[in-house]
Design a protein around this ligand. Structure first.
Ligand SMILES: CC/C=C\C/C=C\CCC/C=C/CC(=O)SCCNC(=O)CCNC(=O)[C@H](O)C(C)(C)COP(=O)(O)OP(=O)(O)OC[C@H]1O[C@@H](n2cnc3c(N)ncnc32)[C@H](O)[C@@H]1OP(=O)(O)O
Length: 283
């Protein structure tokens, strides 16, 4: 009954799923909701590597708001690409950036993290490709991670000469603990899927995207006999202090980000990193 009335808020059904985008035109984020289960698939689709720019984050943020309003039964976050889940922040948002745009950009990233980390329904990252830095952050924000074999994941910020903000760090520490996080963050370690599974950074390994998706769906079955309210409130209690640490310091965090990326040595490093990306290829 509850499911029916919640789902009736969604746009027209098509082949057992409902698709929508908050702008009415699907662009960088496509959301489909399964009619039977009420589970939403949020597909990131910004070629070539789903790097996170202002437009993608703004769409993702409003999709998350819609899913919260429409009482989705769960979210699977995945990529349109079998190669890359998300390449993290679009370096062009940090390199030679205008103050107004970078302010909007960082605020949108904060907003997405707050909404995803605190989403009331169960969330799964179906990591069907590489997930460095901001890509890893999105995966860490979910409750469960299924990752396709032979990909890589990690917070590699120090390799770019930048510092992962406290909320990135907290998201990692809450999953793999302080010691493992310290080593990983200070060395900018990118874990293979197999390594990530061993340290609990991901929960399951999959053969391919299809396998990852079906394993992601299985996660929701764990809550079949659990009260949705009890589940959601427990999640909120567990995550509250981590979320509040950013919510209370958003302005300070924004200023720190802008100060940091404006430094001459950081700008130089980002420029060199962009150049090196253009020269190299990952198999
Ligand atoms: C005191 C502290 C206080 C505050 C904090 C201050 C500071 C800042 C914290 C900021 C946090 C940043 C987090 C980030 O997310 S930074 C981004 C890090 N991302 C990466 O390092 C990933 C880089 N990319 C890759 O490793 C590979 O591209 C990848 C493995 C994802 C995919 O490889 P593949 O071979 O499939 O593709 P490529 O040929 O490499 O790439 C295709 C084209 O895309 C361009 N590209 C890739 N990644 C990015 C990116 N992140 N931003 C912009 N552009 C990107 C790449 O150059 C290719 O372009 P073309 O050559 O085709 O033009």
């Amino acid at each position: 009954m509850f499911l029916r009335s919640a789902l009736s808020l969604w746009p027209l059904a098509r082949n057992g799923t409902r698709s929508y985008s908050s702008t009415g035109v699907t662009k960088l984020v496509a959301v489909t909701v399964d009619d039977q289960t009420g589970i939403a698939t949020v597909n990131l689709q910004r070629p070539p590597v789903n790097s996170l720019n202002l437009e993608l984050l703004t769409e993702l943020s409003s999709s998350l708001t819609d899913l919260e309003k429409n009482k989705s039964r769960g979210i699977i976050l995945k990529s349109y690409s079998d190669a890359v889940f998300s390449a993290g922040i679009d370096i062009l948002e940090m390199y030679k950036c205008e103050e107004e745009r970078v302010t909007l950009f960082w605020s949108a990233l904060q907003e997405v993290w707050i909404k995803l980390y605190g989403h009331f329904a169960p969330t799964v990252a179906c990591i069907n490709g590489h997930a460095p830095a901001g890509g890893c952050l999105l995966a860490l924000s979910c409750e469960y991670r299924v990752m396709v074999k032979e990909k890589t994941i990690g917070l590699n910020e120090t390799k770019l000469g930048i510092v992962a903000p406290q909320w990135f760090i907290a998201s990692l520490v809450n999953i793999i603990g302080q010691r493992q996080s310290e080593v990983a963050l200070t060395t900018g370690k990118m874990f293979t899927t197999e390594e990530a599974l061993r340290i609990g950074l991901v929960d399951e390994m999959a053969e391919n995207t299809e396998d990852a998706f079906s394993k992601s769906l299985e996660f929701f079955k764990k809550f079949k006999n659990i009260s949705p309210f009890a589940r959601a409130q427990t999640k909120a209690f567990i995550r509250e202090s981590t979320i509040q640490a950013l919510v209370k310091n958003r302005e300070k965090d924004l200023k720190m980000f802008i100060n940091e990326i404006r430094k001459e040595n950081v700008q130089k490093g980002l420029g060199q990193y962009l150049e090196s990306l253009k020269k190299r290829k990952v198999s």
